[in-house]
Design a protein around this ligand. Sequence first.
Ligand code: PEP
Length: 251
Amino acid sequence: MARRKIIAGNWKMNKTPSEAKELVNTLKPLVENPDVDVVYCVPAIDIVPVGEAIRGTNVQLGAENMSDQDKGAYTGEISADMLLDAGVKFVIIGHSERRGYYHEDDAFLNRKVLKAFEKGLTPILCCGESLEQREAGVTLDWIRLQIKSDLQGVTAEQAKTMVIAYEPIWAIGTGKTATADQAEEVCGAIRSTIAEIYDTDTAEAIRIQYGGSMNAGNCKELLAKPDIDGGLIGGAALKPDFGKIVNYNKD
Ligand code: PEP
């Protein structure tokens, strides 16, 4: 069975609650595509207003981060139960900005992935290499290591439902996109790694996104690749361009 494409916006630290509602309303008529799952991963403070603004539309709600703990004395953190109660379905885990700026390592991210599954949230697990790693020729080794570490203890049934986002760090927010062939090579290697950890059924079911300066101009070529099942979109998610990416299969 063909995998359904999933296009997710990562709003990062952009949009106040009132700006967020405005953006949802601007994008509403542009992001209708029955062939595609559409997700807005928004700042924590925007989750409730965006949840209200997308009611009755095809858009699903996502968070950008989540605690690995259930509840209690973790000042500033947000739990899976809080996200679920607010209508969140997806949660980005291990974005390179969290790995880099906030030193989130694979053991910590593995706990978040397990917590998301325990609670019934769908993780969008990010992985990706730096420019130095790409130039040193260790991209595929690095990605395999991230995937194997972050999925410790995850069952095949759980893995089938999740999303992995391949995001080369050198392509995020830089305007430099991986070529469709470069992106396909790594997304294919991720799928092979999943087959190695689990089985071919799981590898065929899991959805793998590309992220890194995807835009209205380059999305068609990237999304035509057999192992690229969608996109995680940063900058372009805040603009009407996002609607063009969601409708990549229409002319
Ligand atoms: C991201 O941060 O997930 C991302 C892909 O950003 P951009 O599209 O701006 O490169």
